[in-house]
Design a protein around this ligand. Structure first.
Ligand code: CNA
Length: 255
């Protein structure tokens, strides 16, 4: 395992960092990930009364029963869900002009809440939604309150408004497909809090890892560790706090 000193030093020497994030960077805010033992896949069937856990992001199931997805959405949109130290670290690095792009698989909008702007939400987000019946587009402000109060948002035509979160089998946003085929120029790949199992994002990160200096930060060792130059195992908040402390103390060799 690499030390945080080595990682902080590489971060300090890099000026065009391409970041790929997953659900692990948000778990300390109270939003469960998918695959941890207490993650969504372990608890969803019982908690949301689903036939199988993936049904919560399945379009056919949503058309038949949208209630479980909106129950989960209510938890995600709760006002007190705050960005984590990891989101803060990335926003700070962006303020220093070091971030080329953050590609996030997360739908919780916490990168933007933390102040990051250079973000592609490749699995969509709640910022807009569309009516399943007439395709009318709605901004979050029009339907957020309904979700927060436990309801199912509906269009003027009575169709259900589905937030623009990418469900299984749906296309990823065009802006992600563009960088998938033409990755931005970067001098470091930083991957955090993802099991690297969901395509095409996993393939995107893993194909870039051998081409760039690369860092992987995750709780547990995994089969992809060998693809990265520096690997850190542990809690992401502790990792972010350590790096932020080093940056603040000027221990990083930053120019
Ligand atoms: P995943 O497959 O659940 O993997 C998460 C990874 O993060 C695992 O390797 C965990 O061990 C690791 N991890 C979890 N918590 C921590 C922690 N505190 N410190 C260090 N490591 C941790 O999730 P992926 O993001 O890889 O899968 C992609 C899915 C998850 C996308 O489709 C997302 O939309 C979806 N998702 C998003 C959210 C969200 O927006 N916050 C929540 C749950 C699922």
């Amino acid at each position: 395992m690499s030390s945080t000193a080595e990682i902080a030093d590489l971060l300090a020497r890099s000026n065009r960092i391409l970041v790929v994030t997953g659900a692990g960077i948000s778990t300390s805010s109270g939003i469960p990930d998918f695959r941890s033992p207490d993650g969504l896949y372990a608890t969803a069937e019982e908690k949301y009364h689903l036939p199988y856990p993936e049904a919560i992001f399945d379009l056919n199931y949503f058309n038949h029963n949208p209630a479980p997805f909106f129950l989960l959405s209510r938890e995600l949109l709760e006002a007190d869900v705050a960005p984590t130290l990891c989101h803060r670290l990335l926003a700070d690095l962006e303020a220093e002009g070091k971030i080329e792009l953050i590609v996030t698989q997360n739908i919780d909008m916490l990168h933007t809440k933390a102040g990051s702007n250079r973000v592609i939400e490749c699995h969509g987000s709640y910022l807009h939604g569309h009516c399943r019946n007439c395709n009318q587009r709605y901004p979050l402000a029009d339907y957020e309150e309904t979700i927060r109060s436990g309801g199912i948002p509906r269009c003027s035509c009575e169709g259900v408004i589905k937030p623009d979160v990418v469900f299984f089998g749906e296309s990823l946003p065009q802006e992600f497909m563009e960088i998938y085929y033409r990755p931005p120029e970067a001098d470091l790949l930083l991957v955090m809090g993802t099991s690297l199992t969901v395509q095409p994002v996993a393939g995107f990160a893993l194909s870039l890892a051998p081409q760039l200096p690369s860092i992987l930060v995750n709780r547990d060792p995994g089969s992809y560790d060998r693809d990265f130059d520096l690997v850190y195992h542990g809690e992401l908040d502790a990792f972010a706090e350590n790096i932020l402390d080093r940056i603040e103390a000027g221990e990083t060799g930053a120019d």
